[in-house]
Each structure stands twice: as structure tokens, then as C-alpha cells.
Write a new protein. Structure first.
Length: 329
């Protein structure tokens, strides 16, 4: 290796014209030379002079180091236990995040165990971290079988949600979204799964189909053609009240089937109960006159008794008269 060493003093001398000593010059250092300038008249390129020599660089020094291996007995035992736990169902039943952190801690512990230069602090940290992950294996993933069945049924309902009344729809949609999220969560535990399943089931139970109003519509159509002026005031009023109520139920999107059926039945009965106004007038006249009879009626048998009795008396008198005359003769 060739190293050229320079200094600020040397650089300054070069600036002033110092050229060093030319070994081929006939002049010795200090001689005036031909121009009386001594050696300063003998110039050499700067690259031809300077401090040049062999340099040896030692980048490191070998020193004896005494290494004391850390105590890894506890680490080895914890690693053995962790591997047994992973081979058993205990690891498989743990939630997803615990499985991932457990694997990472186990790999780190093995690496530290194989590192002869690992410090005691690193060894202790490795087995303590792994031990904590072993404890977390108690976080068992919940059984989602029931939740999956409910979600499948709820998704079928959701596909035809327009068949249901508005009441309960928002709660159902929110419960379904929450259930889907829990089902996808690898860390969901049994308590959370059960609660989510119950909420979804209740939301499904609270839904109601929109009522079938075809019968109610038919009865209302019949009612619309009725002229209430042809009927008695009392029956017409009952009919109009039932018609108004039925119309409200028909317009109510939240009305359930029971309410629709009741409204249709009430209106039909009101229609059947309508009494013509003429029939009421005729009935009133008959009831007000004891001697009046309805058209085509026959007199009562008792009404003809006085005339029949008179005829019998006359016939009896005539018979007596004839009897007397016959005796005289």
C-alpha cells in the first residue's frame, strides 16, 4: 500500500515555489545556482516529491475474550412444553391471534437457545415471553356452527326484505352485519359468539310480513258502490264508520294480517246490516195502526165471529116461527 502524506505546511511551501531537491541537480542545497536563487530555481513537479513510504494499517487487534455461556435450563424446559402444547389440541383450539404470537415466541426462543453468545438477559426474556404465550392458549376460539346457520337463514330473509313491514328492519340489518363480522373474526370467543347469535335470532323473530290486503280491497270496492241515502240513518252510519276504518288499515303499511282481517270482517258485517229506508217506513206504519194489515194478508179468524153469530140467531128465529105455524094448522 502506498500512502502519500501531506501537511498544510508543505502545501504552503509549494504555493511559494518550493520544489524540493532535485537529485540530478549540480547544485547542492543552499548554493546560489546560476541565477543566484539557489535551490529555489530548481523546480520539480509536485507529484515528484513529498513524504512517501510504506504504511501498515492494523484494522483490529486480537485480544483474548473469556465467554461465560448463559444458563438456559429454564428456556429449554419452556420450549419443550410449548412444543407439546402445539402438538396437542390445546394449540388448535386457541384463537387466531394467540396462535400467531405463540409461533413467533417459540421461534425466537429456539433461536436464543441455539445462540451460544446469547446473554442471560436475552435468555430470560425469551422464556418469559414464551411462557406468557402458553398461558394465552386458554383463549379458546368459540364454536360458530349455530351462528353460521343463523347467518345463512338471515341472508335469505335479507334478499327479500321488501316483503316485510318497516318496523324491525333496521334492527335486523344491524344484527346481521354484526353477526357476519363476528363470524369472520378469528379471535371471537364463545361468549361473544353466543350474544351475537341471540341478537340476530331476536331481530329475525321481530320481523313481520306485510299483510295480504286482497280481501280488504275487494270489500272496500263493494262498499264504494253503496248509496247510503237508500238506507236507514243508523245502519248507514255504522257502515260509513267501518268503511273509514278499513280505508285507514288499507293505507297503513305497518298493519299486520290480524288488523287487516278484522277491518275487512267489520266492513262486510256493516254492509250486510244495511237496512233499506222504505222497509223501515212500512214497518213503522203497520206498528202504528192496530187495524192495518199488510198487503195480501188475511183477516184473523176471530174477526168474523160477530157476523156468524147474527146469522145463526136469524136462522134459529125463522125455524121457531115455522114450527109455530105448523102446529096451528
Amino acid at each position: 500500500m502506498k500512502v502519500e502524506v501531506a501537511s498544510s505546511l508543505r502545501n504552503r511551501m509549494i504555493d511559494l515555489g518550493y520544489a524540493g531537491v532535485n537529485p540530478n541537480s549540480p547544485y547542492l542545497p543552499g548554493d546560489p545556482g546560476p541565477a543566484g536563487g539557489g535551490r529555489y530555481n530548481i523546480r520539480m513537479p509536485a507529484a515528484d516529491y513529498g513524504m512517501v513510504g510504506n504504511v501498515v494499517l492494523n484494522t483490529y487487534t486480537k485480544m483474548p475474550v473469556q465467554v461465560t455461556e448463559s444458563n438456559k435450563s429454564i428456556l429449554s424446559k419452556v420450549i419443550d412444553y410449548a412444543e407439546q402444547a402445539k402438538a396437542s389440541g390445546e394449540y388448535d383450539n386457541a384463537i387466531e391471534s394467540v396462535q400467531k404470537s405463540f409461533d413467533a415466541a417459540l421461534e425466537n426462543a429456539k433461536a436464543v437457545a441455539n445462540n451460544a453468545a446469547a446473554t442471560q438477559e436475552e435468555v430470560d426474556s425469551a422464556w418469559q415471553t414464551l411462557l406468557n404465550e402458553i398461558h394465552k392458549l386458554g383463549f379458546i376460539a368459540g364454536d360458530k356452527t349455530e351462528l353460521a346457520s343463523l347467518i345463512a337463514a338471515a341472508e335469505e330473509i335479507n334478499a327479500e326484505l321488501d316483503r316485510y313491514v318497516e318496523t324491525g328492519k333496521a334492527e335486523f340489518t344491524a344484527a346481521l352485519e354484526a353477526a357476519q363480522g363476528v363470524y369472520q373474526d378469528g379471535d371471537a370467543m364463545q361468549a361473544e359468539i353466543n350474544e351475537t347469535a341471540d341478537n340476530l335470532l331476536n331481530a329475525m323473530l321481530n320481523l313481520r310480513y306485510k299483510a295480504d290486503k286482497s280481501i280488504l280491497e275487494a270489500v272496500l270496492a263493494q262498499a264504494s258502490g253503496i248509496d247510503t241515502s237508500l238506507y236507514t240513518a243508523e245502519t248507514a252510519a255504522s257502515f260509513l264508520a267501518a268503511q273509514t276504518e278499513a280505508t285507514k288499515v288499507l293505507d297503513d303499511e305497518q298493519a299486520d294480517q290480524q288488523a287487516v282481517n278484522a277491518a275487512a270482517d267489520k266492513l262486510q258485517k256493516a254492509i250486510d246490516a244495511l237496512t233499506p229506508a222504505a222497509a223501515q217506513t212500512e214497518s213503522s206504519l203497520v206498528q202504528g195502526d192496530p187495524t192495518a194489515t199488510t198487503a195480501g194478508s188475511t183477516p184473523k179468524t176471530g174477526d168474523s165471529f160477530p157476523a156468524a153469530g147474527a146469522a145463526a140467531v136469524l136462522l134459529l128465529g125463522a125455524a121457531c116461527l115455522l114450527f109455530k105455524r105448523s102446529r096451528k094448522g
